[in-house]
Design a protein around this ligand. Structure first.
Ligand SMILES: [Ca+2]
Ligand SMILES: [Ca+2]
Ligand SMILES: [Ca+2]
Length: 412
């Protein structure tokens, strides 16, 4: 685990300081797609999983029907959850998969989806190892590309696998206008999985560490689409949840890297006029991992600070006055000693920055005069961090400086 995270950190650091890492740039070839342009769902691609959704042990309240809750309408797949009694359940919905029909190892897998929101609704676009159910979960592996519950704006990208118990990794991303169409995707190679919304990456996980037991992700997976009602995560619908609730899927497309993978089937041609790009913004990334790099402007909460365009690219945070702060919700993977690096600039040398974990002061660092608001240097400190999810605060004991990013490197 440590080796894997250390590699991630090194990659992040190399990117941060501009070292060219030799990376093979994939040439994506479309190998399979379903544009949902026919009059009915294509059974050559899709199976219907039928029965009480709860049979998958997540506590859902819907009964998955054999096609009654799925239709193609105006070039779009509609999965509809209804409030009706079938098979002893109070709701019906659908769960469809490509098992035994369309299975893939690696590639770029994307779908353009519009989801419903409402208490108790849980739409998902995800993948399961093709050896399921012969190999039980989580030993089959799971890749979640789009997963959302209830009424917030968070999309969750995750992987689950077995290593003497269920392991998981991932992040969530806040998406504006989450009920509008968005393209949810992953780029999966033997080495990494990267998660995107509308082409904007919000998470990357390494698959390389043998000690982490991640062999699940070197095998074929099939695709699953469903709109669950209830469940242990979403909870039950309330009086404000609107039924029928509709999850709309405009298309699913799978691409593989021309250099490494031969096409396995003949895709249908893409529509002549591409779908217009949605005008959305990723508002924030949460679930930041340590070790790793955090852009200062990707705070989860703040007071008394601003952001501005940074001469090194992206944004930086401006802290003019003492007392300004930013909070970051982070996940520390291992308890231990870490080197913190702050990328800072100051025209005055008056700045002092403190790092706090759940109100405990970990370190105080002085920001020297670097020669200007956009003249950047790196200031380092050593701190002890405890494993687990927590809030780190960067607090300006004295102001008068800019901060672009922070990295955390585990010390040996
Ligand atoms: Ca494993
Ligand atoms: Ca379509
Ligand atoms: Ca930045």
């Amino acid at each position: 685990m440590v080796k894997r995270l250390y590699l991630l950190f090194i990659l992040a650091l190399c990117a941060a300081i501009g070292i060219l890492v030799p990376v093979h740039a994939a040439t994506w070839i479309l190998v399979w797609n379903d544009e949902f342009s026919g009059s009915s769902i294509d059974r050559a691609n899709w199976n219907f999983e039928t029965g009480p959704s709860d049979s998958w042990n997540s506590g859902e309240l819907d009964y998955c029907t054999n096609g009654a809750n799925v239709r193609i309408q105006d070039g779009v797949l509609v999965i509809e959850a209804r409030q009706e009694n079938v098979g002893g359940m109070n709701y019906t919905s659908a769960r469809i998969n490509t098992k035994g029909k369309r299975e893939f190892t690696y590639g770029k897998i994307e779908a353009r989806i519009a989801i419903p929101t409402g208490k108790g609704l849980w739409p998902q676009f995800w993948m399961l190892g093709a050896n399921y159910p012969g190999m039980a979960w989580p030993g089959c592996g799971e890749i979640d590309i789009m997963s959302h519950t209830n009424t917030d704006r968070l999309n969750y990208g995750s992987i689950y696998w077995d290593n003497n118990g269920c392991q998981s990794y991932g992040a969530n991303v806040r998406v504006s206008n989450i009920t509008s169409y968005h393209v949810y995707s992953i780029e999966w190679s033997p080495a990494t999985i990267k998660w995107f919304v509308d082409g904007i990456q919000y998470c990357e996980g390494s698959l390389l560490d043998d000690a982490a037991g991640m062999e699940e992700f070197q095998k074929p997976f099939f695709i699953v689409l469903n709109l669950a009602v209830g469940g242990n995560w979403a909870g039950s619908p309330d009086a404000k949840t609107v039924f029928p609730a509709k999850m709309l899927v405009d298309y699913i497309r799978v691409y593989q890297d021309e250099a490494s993978i031969k096409p396995t089937s003949s895709p249908t041609p893409l529509p002549a006029s591409p779908t217009p790009k949605p005008t959305i913004t990723i508002l924030a990334v949460t679930g930041k991992g340590i070790p790793g790099k955090i852009e200062a402007e990707n705070y989860d909460d703040m007071s008394g600070i601003q952001t501005e365009a940074c001469s090194e690219g992206g944004l930086n945070v401006v802290i003019r006055e003492k007392g300004g702060w930013m909070d970051y919700h982070v996940r520390v993977r291992t308890t231990g000693s870490y080197q913190v690096s702050y990328r800072v600039a100051s025209p005055s040398g008056t700045g002092q920055i403190q790092l706090l974990a759940n109100s405990d002061l970990l370190a105080t660092s002085t920001i020297p005069n670097t020669g200007g608001w956009q003249s950047w240097i790196t200031v380092k400190a050593t701190v002890n961090l405890k494993e687990g999810t927590q809030t780190l605060r960067l607090y300006a004991r004295w102001g008068g400086f800019n901060i672009n990013w922070i990295t955390f490197e585990q010390r040996k």
